[in-house]
Write a protein that binds this ligand. Structure first.
Ligand code: PLP
Length: 438
C-alpha cells in the first residue's frame, strides 16, 4: 500500500507533506485510458518539412521482400554461406576481449585501425592513393551518397546522373530539390559526349561497372569526364560498389587514381564482398571536404559501430580479406559462367546479355518483347518460382519516352548455387516459351 502511495506521489498524482494527509494533485489532467496505440487514421495530414514533402512526391521502388521464390536472381543479395564466418568470429571476439573498461563514443570519421587498413587495401586493390585522414567510414554507400547529397546540393542546383542508373542514389539527390540531368549510358558506360555544358554541382557515376548496364568506362571517357568536371567546377561521385569483381582481367583502377585535381569523391562498400547487412562502407574525400563530412557524420549518427570496424581492420591487415575476395571472385566467376551458359543454351536465340565482364549481375535483353511486357514476364516468372527484376524503372524521364524499348531484366547471381542458376534459367525458358518470343 505504501509503495502504491509512493508511486502515485512520484508520478505527481498525489501531493504529500510531512505531518499532513496526502491529497490529490489539482488540477489533475485526465487523459482517457488507451488500450491501443493512436491510429492517426482519418486525422489531418501531419505538418512536414519541405524535404519530407519532396520525399513523398518521389516514388520509391518497392522492397523485393515478397514471398520467397525458389530461384531468386535478386540483385544485391549475396550467399550467406560465402561469409567468412570463422575468420569474422575470431577477429570480432579478439576485439571484444580487447575492449576498454569505459565505453564512450568514438570519432565520427571511423576507427583509426580501419582507416589505415583501408588506405593500404585501396592502394593495392584499386590503385587509389590517399591518406588515412581522407577516409570517413559510413553505414554503407547509401549513407555516403546521402551525405554527399545533403552537403553538396541545394534546391535548384543541377546534378548529372547516369540513365539508366542506381535509382536509390538518384532519389537521394532529388530529395534535396536539385534537378536531375540524365545522361545516357551505352555499352562503355556514361556517354561523356552527352555531358551538359552548363553549371552542374556534381555527377554521380559507376565507372568500374555501370549500374545497371555494366559498361566499363574507358580511359578516354574517364579523362573527358574529369576535364568536364574541371570546366564546370563539379564534384564527381565515384560509386565503386563492385569494382573488385572483374573477370578474366585485373580490376581496372579507380577513376580517383587518374584525377589530378581532387574532384573525385570515392565511395566503397563491404556489401558485395561480405554482406549488405553489415552496413559498412567508406568515403575517400578530397582533403578540403573532410571536416564537413566528419561533422555531418557526427550529427547524423555519431559513428559506425567500433567492434565491427576493428574486426574488419584485423581481417584486412592479416591478408584474410583479400584472400576472401580472391575466393569470392573465383566463386562468382563460376556462377556467372553457369548463368551465361544456361542463357545461351536454353533461352531464345534473340536473348542477349550486357554487363557480364564484371560485378555480380547481368542484364538480360529480350528484344522481341518491349518494356511494356516486363511486368507481365516478371509476374509469370515469379509464379513459376523464378525472381527476375525489370530494368525499366531505372531509366530517368520515363514520361518523355514515346516508344517502348526492348524488355530488359536484371539478374543477380551472387546468392545462388550453380545448380540453382541452371534450374532457374530452365524454368525461365519455359515461362518465356509460353508467354514470350519463340
Ligand atoms: C550502384 C550501387 N551502389 C552501391 C550499392 C551498395 O550499397 P550499400 O553499400 O549501401 O549496401 C549497390 C548495391 O546494390 C549498388 O547497386
Amino acid at each position: 500500500m505504501t509503495a502504491a502511495y509512493e508511486q502515485l506521489a512520484a508520478e505527481g498524482y498525489l501531493v504529500t507533506s510531512i505531518g499532513r494527509t496526502s491529497r490529490i494533485a489539482s488540477p489533475l489532467a485526465t487523459p482517457s485510458a488507451r488500450s491501443t496505440p493512436p491510429s492517426g487514421c482519418g486525422q489531418t495530414a501531419p505538418v512536414l518539412s519541405e524535404f519530407a514533402r519532396r520525399l513523398m512526391g518521389i516514388g520509391m521502388p518497392a522492397l523485393p521482400h515478397a514471398a520467397p521464390v525458389r530461384f531468386d536472381f535478386l540483385y544485391g543479395a549475396v550467399a550467406a554461406r560465402d561469409f567468412p564466418r570463422l575468420a569474422w568470429r575470431r577477429a570480432y571476439q579478439a576485439e571484444l576481449m580487447r575492449q576498454q573498461a569505459s565505453l564512450y563514443y568514438a570519432p565520427p570519421e571511423g576507427d583509426e585501425s580501419l582507416r589505415h587498413a583501408l588506405q593500404g587495401y585501396l592502394r593495392r586493390a584499386r590503385g587509389l592513393i590517399c591518406k588515412a585522414e581522407q577516409i570517413v567510414v559510413v553505414h554503407g554507400s547509401q549513407q555516403a551518397i546521402d551525405l554527399c547529397a545533403r552537403l553538396l546540393l541545394d534546391a535548384g542546383d543541377a546534378f548529372v546522373f547516369e540513365d539508366p542508373g542506381y535509382l536509390i542514389a538518384r532519389r537521394c539527390f532529388e530529395a534535396t530539390g536539385a534537378e536531375c540531368l540524365a545522361v545516357p549510358v551505352d555499352s562503355e558506360g556514361l556517354d561523356t559526349a552527352e555531358l551538359p555544358e552548363r553549371n552542374v554541382r556534381l555527377a554521380y557515376v559507376t565507372p568500374s561497372h555501370q549500374f545497371p548496364l555494366g559498361g566499363i568506362l574507358p580511359i578516354g571517357r574517364r579523362l573527358a569526364l574529369l576535364q568536364w568536371a574541371q570546366r564546370h567546377g563539379a564534384w564527381i561521385i565515384e560509386d565503386d560498389y563492385d569494382g573488385e569483381f572483374r573477370y578474366g582481367q585485373r580490376p581496372i583502377d579507380a577513376l580517383q587514381s587518374v584525377d589530378p585535381d581532387g574532384r573525385v569523391i570515392y565511395i566503397g562498400t563491404f556489401s558485395k564482398a561480405l554482406s549488405p547487412q553489415l552496413r559498412l562502407g567508406y568515403l575517400v574525400l578530397p582533403p578540403e571536404l573532410v571536416p564537413i563530412f566528419r561533422q555531418a557524420k557526427r550529427l547524423n549518427d555519431r559513428h559506425a559501430p567500433v567492434l565491427e570496424q576493428r574486426a574488419l581492420a584485423a581481417l584486412i591487415e592479416g591478408g584474410i580479406y583479400e584472400r576472401h575476395i580472391r575466393r569470392m571472385r573465383r566463386e562468382n566467376e563460376r556462377r556467372r559462367a553457369a548463368l551465361l551458359d544456361a542463357i545461351a543454351h536454353h533461352l531464345p536465340k534473340e536473348a542477349h546479355v550486357s554487363g557480364a565482364a564484371a560485378g555480380l549481375h547481368i542484364v538480360l535483353w529480350l528484344p522481341s518483347m518491349t518494356s511494356r511486357d516486363e511486368a507481365a514476364l516478371v509476374a509469370s516468372a515469379r509464379s513459376s518460382g523464378v525472381g527476375i527484376y525489370p530494368v525499366t524503372p531505372l531509366f530517368a524521364d520515363l514520361q518523355s519516352r514515346t516508344s517502348p524499348w526492348a524488355a530488359g531484366f536484371i539478374l543477380g547471381y551472387a546468392s545462388l548455387t550453380v545448380e540453382q542458376i541452371q534450374q532457374g534459367i530452365l524454368a525461365l525458358a519455359s515461362v518465356i516459351a509460353q508467354t514470350g518470343p519463340r
